[in-house]
Structure formats: structure tokens, C-alpha cells
Design a protein around this ligand. Structure first.
Ligand code: SF4
Ligand code: SF4
Ligand code: SF4
Length: 317
């Protein structure tokens, strides 16, 4: 502590900068945080070339994509009394992990027009979530986290309390009503693409056959997508229960919920629904924000995620 304040560093790895912007917005919206924190390192806003050797709280944005990310993250861990990851990228690899579905050369070519750049950064063979590389004290979900949640976390840490945790899903903030599914669950039940004008505005999109991931996604965004008639695609990251329990997994939990809505046994019926979901949407669809997270690779469906990565490496030769 310095003068009653905690020291704070914000460390960017490979991300879009959106989570850092949310930290800026948090300080703007809740200026009392300036009474609680001294920002000692933050390349985006503070002129300090090196991170101090000891920092009370380090916020990490982004996933681990380069060798430099590994070094920066290890240094941050060593310095931090309390290391907090921000957003889906830092929590579970995030949307960045989707790039690993394709050979690196193919990604480079599609973006830069050539397979390798001179002076390009030293890429790792695959992407990792920070928690796969160093111990993490707290994960703040979402893509990106909201100022309200960041404020609660920073205030709790300052007061020496555990940051808030929740078991709820996006469904608890969604105004749509889950209804019994009265038809047999077949491939034809599930719809692809976005709901059209024929969609019932009051009924749950999942109950209507759209792949809404709200029931397996952590609460906190206020369900803006489903309110606007767009199915949740899970950007907040999985619910705490799914993330923490080894026997839980995203498509498995979703299949069980659909089976229950259709009056089937959640376990046996869930297995049947799971097979259909995988056939209609493909496994990758369920791991849009968690594809390269070791937490998910160790789960029952993890073999399928590993298979995706192995296929990619095979394509790379
Ligand atoms: S979690 Fe979302 S907002 Fe944050 S760095 Fe990743 S892509 Fe950007
Ligand atoms: S599944 Fe989607 S549409 Fe249905 S209640 Fe949950 S968030 Fe709303
Ligand atoms: S509803 Fe789903 S996709 Fe939309 S912001 Fe919330 S978590 Fe993200």
C-alpha cells in the first residue's frame, strides 16, 4: 500500500484492447477509485517502461499467443500480490483461440497476404489462457467486463474481501420465457442463422429452436442480444458451475436443458440431443470463447477440442 492506496498495474497480452478501455471507463465512472488505487504501470496510459517488482493488484488483458506474452505474464505473476484476469480472452483464451482452428500460415496469408512476415512476433504453436501458464487469483468474465462489475471487484479487493461470485446464467436477466418444447427433437427442430420476423418476441429462443447459449453463459451483461432477438453466442464465458465442475461441459449442459424442456430424461435424452447438436452446429460452435482453454480440454468433451487442435497441426504438416 502507498498512502492508504493499493498499487495497480494493467498488463496487456494478446487482446483487442477492449478490456483495457473498460478499465478506463470504470475509473471515469467511479472516480472514487482514484482514492483507492495508484496506477503504477499501464502502457496504454502511464509513462513507465518497466513494471515495478512488487504490485498489489495486476489486471491482465488478453490471451497468451506469443513468447513475449509468456515472459510478460510470468513477470506480472511474480510482481502481483493479487492477479486478476479480465474478459473472456484472459479467462478462457477467448475469441482469439478460434485462430488455432487453422494453420498459422493460413491465418497470416489471409490477413497479410503472405505466410510469414519479416520481423514478425515470435508466435507460440498454440494459444493459451493465462491461467494455463500461471496461477490466477480471480477471473472477471465477459467480452469485455462491464465497469459495474470491475468496480465491484476492485472495491472488494481494496477492502480485503473476496470479489463477488455468481452461479447464475444470462437467462436470469433475459425477459423471454422458457417454454416446453412440444415437438420431437430432431435435426429439423434446430434452426440456423438469426431469427426472422416470425419469431415469438416473448418466448425463449432456445424453446423456438435457435441455438441460444444464455443458459450456459455467466450472468452480467443484461442479456442485450436476446432482448434484441439475437441468440446469445456465449461471449461472457461459461457459468461458474460449468467452468468449475469437471463433469460439466458447455454442449452437455445445453443438451440436458433442451432435453428437459422437451420432457425427456436430462441424462439419456441429453445424450441424444447432444449428438444432434453436434451434427447440426459442429463442436467448435460451442467453444467460440473457450476453444484453447486447458480447463475445457480436461473436461469429458475435451477430447473433441484436442482433436480440433490436432487436425490443425496435421494440416500444418
Ligand atoms: S475479452 Fe473481448 S474485449 Fe477483452 S480483449 Fe478479449 S476480445 Fe477484447
Ligand atoms: S436460453 Fe436464451 S432466450 Fe432463452 S431464456 Fe435463456 S437467454 Fe433468454
Ligand atoms: S447475451 Fe450472450 S452474446 Fe450477448 S452480450 Fe450477453 S453473454 Fe454476450
Amino acid at each position: 500500500m502507498s498512502g492508504g492506496k493499493l498499487t495497480l498495474a494493467v498488463v496487456p497480452l494478446t487482446g483487442c484492447g477492449g478490456c483495457e478501455v473498460q478499465v478506463l471507463r470504470t475509473f471515469e465512472k467511479y472516480p472514487e477509485l482514484y482514492e483507492k488505487y495508484d496506477v503504477v504501470y499501464w502502457p496504454l496510459v502511464v509513462e513507465a517502461e518497466e513494471m515495478p517488482e512488487s504490485v498489489d493488484v495486476v489486471l491482465v488483458e488478453g490471451s497468451v499467443r506469443t513468447k513475449k506474452d509468456v515472459d510478460v505474464l510470468r513477470k506480472a505473476r511474480k510482481a502481483a500480490r493479487y492477479l486478476i484476469t479480465l474478459g473472456s480472452c484472459a479467462g478462457f483464451g477467448g475469441i482469439n483461440g478460434q485462430a488455432d482452428y487453422f494453420p498459422i500460415e493460413e491465418n497470416m496469408k489471409s490477413i497479410y497476404g503472405k505466410e510469414k512476415l519479416e520481423n514478425s512476433v515470435d508466435m507460440l504453436e498454440r494459444l493459451y489462457a493465462p491461467s494455463d501458464v500461471v496461477p490466477v487469483d480471480y477471473v472477471v468474465p465477459r467480452c469485455p467486463p462491464t465497469p459495474e462489475v470491475l468496480y465491484k471487484v476492485l472495491t472488494a479487493v481494496y477492502e480485503g474481501k473476496r470479489p463477488p461470485a455468481t452461479l447464475y446464467s444470462v437467462c436470469t436477466q433475459c425477459p423471454r420465457e422458457m417454454r416446453e418444447i412440444k415437438q420431437e427433437i430432431t435435426e429439423e427442430f434446430f434452426k440456423k442463422g438469426l431469427p426472422g420476423p416470425d419469431v415469438d418476441p416473448k418466448t425463449c429462443l432456445l424453446s423456438q429452436g435457435y441455438l441460444c447459449m444464455g443458459s450456459v453463459t455467466i450472468v452480467g451483461c443484461g442479456a442485450p442480444c436476446t432482448r434484441a432477438g439475437i441468440p446469445c453466442f456465449g461471449c461472457g464465458g461459461p457459468t461458474a458451475e460449468i467452468a468449475v465442475r469437471r463433469d460439466q461441459d458447455i454442449p452437455v449442459a445445453l443438451a440436458r436443458i433442451i432435453a428437459t424442456l422437451a420432457g425427456m430424461d436430462p441424462i439419456e435424452g441429453g445424450e441424444k440431443v447432444l449428438k444432434i447438436l453436434e451434427k447440426v452446429y459442429g463442436m467448435r460452435r460451442f467453444y467460440t470463447f473457450t476453444l484453447e482453454s486447458e480447463v475445457f480440454r480436461r473436461k469429458p468433451r475435451g477430447f473433441a477440442i484436442r482433436l480440433l487442435a490436432e487436425n490443425r497441426r496435421a494440416q500444418q504438416g
